[in-house]
Design a protein around this ligand. Structure first.
Ligand code: 0FV
Ligand code: MN
Ligand code: MN
Ligand code: MN
Ligand code: MN
Length: 591
């Protein structure tokens, strides 16, 4: 059965009372009215002298069409294929079942390295077999575990939970006492702490032992970094990396790029494994470049960068999100669809947030509801371009689903766009009236405007995964929440400066009277709580068909955390660091 309702997330109806304008200005101050503001951002008077449009001043894309088309990758052909195959066989032999029983810690470490290096998708069966063995031999009856080495317990807990085994938090009872006895200059002890820190992010709500362990260890690790009390360079790198963002929250491809470098410093590193990881990365990069060449032809043909030049032109950054969402070779259609969707959504979002007038936006929303290219004559020129471009792209993707899978998905896909546009319309009306929602009210709507629901329901229908159930809907919701909260931490100061609705930080400040720093701390807490709920859902869904979909959803949330971790809008206005991430992911091979 084709379960269209399973990830359908409805938009709430906008039945809110209006706050008075004076309350709004007194309470937060400086929210700009959409058209008549005299605020600090640049205003352009259009041919229609009545309409003063705001501008977000996003910089243009730094990558030209001809540059993207000129990309070449050397890692193609029989020579590299043969090399890759023999390295795969060599690594496969390292994942030994006897080893798993006799030396489970080494096996866990190997699995961890393989995962972090980004090549575990080649060894899914082998990894699942050895983890199963380790679970049955060592973790199923966990009385003995408490006496075992901290590092073994922590690493096993993390890897096994990640693979769907429920290991109880109680194996870390009395952990504070144990950690106090850790010698903070002995690398082996610190590895155990670090693994417990990473493991603690797999907590679900109510697991106080894990929360306490995380808080306690975070303090210890900060002290170790500050005092520089170990001279092991590899360990210091791991600690500062982990404190920046835990492993669970990191986009997998960026983690692989980072870890390939760090791994070189590991004392007992396996050079064969590293060689394979680098070769595999380069081969995949070639595939991702082919995707990029394809999507760049599409984007060039769409011509939004030239015709809608007030909006973001972010094809390469969108590809970077798509590659982190799902990097494996068979998912090219998925990646290409995600890139197209994100690139278009950036522009549509800018129309709703910055460029369009309220009446134009109402009209646009109506056109999306009608999903009919007749009568677009009525729309302003820029909206004709936007609507027809969206309509053609989505219908073409739906057409491919019709010819390949014999499924007509247009009605469902269209519905997700209506929800997205209507939620954006709610924001536009809030802005117009100066309304300040409660945080809860804001989040309910803004988890739709962050666009993950529309992206995920589109790729769900286009790739026609046959899955049902509440869990999937929750996975979409929690990933959207993580992306929304992270985005608000990164983008809301620029948004408010140019004129936008209050975002989560400001809604919370308005509601509680908190200071900005307190509000930000609260939003970070909400991210943590949302992860716990997501962890629970992720553990409860085991259907192999849903794996890729759930990974996509989670990874897009992770991209939000990665992108906005410095609390700047690096997607809208990429800095050198963000640009260098795109270059190492998409353009520069590993050597
Ligand atoms: C959001 O922009 C944005 F560009 C993101 C989250 C980067 C990736 C894009 C997608 C997943 C669509 P902005 O901060 O303007 O979004 P809001 O919703 O805050 O206007
Ligand atoms: Mn532009
Ligand atoms: Mn926006
Ligand atoms: Mn928006
Ligand atoms: Mn934003």
């Amino acid at each position: 059965s084709f379960a269209m309702s399973s990830i359908y997330i409805s938009c709430m109806s906008p039945a809110f009372s209006r706050a008075s304008r004076s309350t709004r200005i007194q309470s937060i101050g400086g929210f700009q009215n959409r058209y008549y503001s005299t605020g600090p951002t640049a205003m352009a008077v259009t041919s229609d002298a009545q309409i003063v449009r705001r501008s977000a001043n996003y910089p243009p894309s730094i990558w030209s069409y001809s540059y993207l088309q000129s990309l070449t990758n050397n890692y193609v052909g029989e020579k590299y294929e043969t090399m890759s195959h023999s390295l795969i066989e060599a690594v496969r032999k390292m994942i030994s079942e006897d080893g798993a029983v006799q030396d489970p810690l080494s096996t866990l470490e190997l699995v961890d390295d393989i995962q972090r290096l980004g090549v575990s998708y080649h060894f899914r069966d082998e990894i699942s077999i050895v983890l199963k063995m380790i679970y049955h031999c060592y973790y199923e009856v966990h009385e003995n575990l408490k006496k075992s080495d901290l590092n073994f317990r922590a690493l096993g807990f993390r890897l096994l939970r990640q693979h769907g085994y429920h290991i109880p938090q109680e194996i870390f009872e009395d952990i504070e006492y144990e950690i106090r006895n850790v010698k903070s200059h002995v690398p082996e002890d610190i590895v155990g702490m670090l693994n417990l820190y990473e493991a603690s992010f797999l907590a679900v709500e109510g697991e106080g032992i894990l929360d306490e362990a995380r808080e306690f260890i975070t303090k210890c690790l900060k002290v170790i970094l500050e005092k520089n009390s170990i001279c092991n360079q590899f360990m210091l790198m791991l600690i500062s990396h982990a404190l920046e963002l835990p492993l669970l929250w990191r986009p997998p491809r960026f983690e692989a790029i980072w870890f390939m470098e760090a791994y070189k410093m590991k004392s007992d590193m396996n050079s064969l494994l590293l060689e394979f990881a680098e070769l595999d990365f380069n081969i995949l990069q070639g595939i991702h470049q082919d995707d990029l060449k394809y999507t760049s032809r599409w984007w060039d043909g769409l011509g939004w960068d030239k015709n809608l030049s007030f909006a973001r032109d972010r094809l390469v950054e969108s590809s970077m999100w798509a590659v982190n969402a799902c990097h494996e070779p068979p998912y090219g259609v998925l990646r290409r669809s995600i890139t197209k969707l994100i690139s278009m959504i950036n522009v549509i979002d800018d129309i709703y947030d910055v460029y369009g007038t309220l009446d134009e936006l109402k009209q646009f929303t109506e056109f999306v509801k009608r999903w009919d290219s007749n009568a677009i004559e009525e729309l302003p020129h820029y909206m004709k371009i936007c609507f027809l471009g969206l309509y053609n792209t989505i219908n073409e993707m739906a057409y491919n689903t019709l010819t390949k899978n014999e499924l007509l998905v247009i009605p469902y896909v269209k519905k997700s766009w209506v929800d997205y546009c209507e939620a954006n319309m709610v924001e536009a009306e809030w802005f117009d009236s100066g309304y300040i929602p409660t945080l809860e009210e804001y989040l309910k709507n803004s988890c739709i405007t962050i666009s993950l629901p529309v992206i995920l329901s589109n790729i769900y229908f286009f790739t026609s995964h046959d899955i049902t159930g509440e869990a999937l809907k929750n996975v979409v919701h929690y990933s959207s929440m993580i992306l929304r909260l992270a985005d608000d931490l990164g983008t809301s100061s620029a948004e408010l400066e140019r004129g936008d609705i209050p975002k989560s930080i400001q809604c919370y400040m308005h509601e509680t009277g908190a200071y900005e720093e307190e509000a930000k701390a609260y939003i970070k807490k909400l991210i943590m709580r949302t992860w716990k709920r997501l962890n629970k859902e992720r553990m409860s869904v085991n259907h192999p068909d849903s794996r890729i979909f759930i990974e996509c959803a989670t990874n897009l949330g992770r991209m939000g955390q990665f992108t906005y971790n410095k609390h700047e809008d690096l997607f809208g206005s990429p800095d050198d660091w963000y640009t260098s991430q795109a270059i190492s992911l998409l353009f520069n091979p590993k050597s």
